[in-house]
Design a protein around this ligand. Structure first.
Ligand SMILES: [Zn+2]
Ligand SMILES: [Zn+2]
Ligand SMILES: [Zn+2]
Length: 84
């Protein structure tokens, strides 16, 4: 059990390091906010998908609405599902 948790942390860190520091949809930095918001912070949080990519909370619905067919992650083309 303890080992599992340790391993999960290592993977999460790897994803964090490997990820782009900019939102794949609006290309704004994650330490800032999406183009619709003026102040970064709690009003413009990030959402994680099950594929481990993450985006501004306000960018994902815009991206999904622009898709004609199935909803997929803009980075890896896997089906998009929000991670709780
Ligand atoms: Zn964004
Ligand atoms: Zn926003
Ligand atoms: Zn993805």
């Amino acid at each position: 059990m303890r080992m599992k948790v340790k391993r999960w942390n290592a993977i999460a860190m790897w994803f964090w390091v490997a990820n782009d520091e900019n939102c794949g949809i609006c290309r704004m930095a994650f330490n800032g906010c999406c183009p619709d918001c003026k102040v970064p912070g709690d009003d413009c949080p990030l959402v994680w998908g099950q594929c481990s990519h993450f985006f501004h909370m306000h960018c994902i619905p815009k991206w999904l609405n622009s898709q004609q067919v199935q909803q997929h992650c803009p980075m890896c083309q896997q089906q998009w599902k929000c991670k709780e």
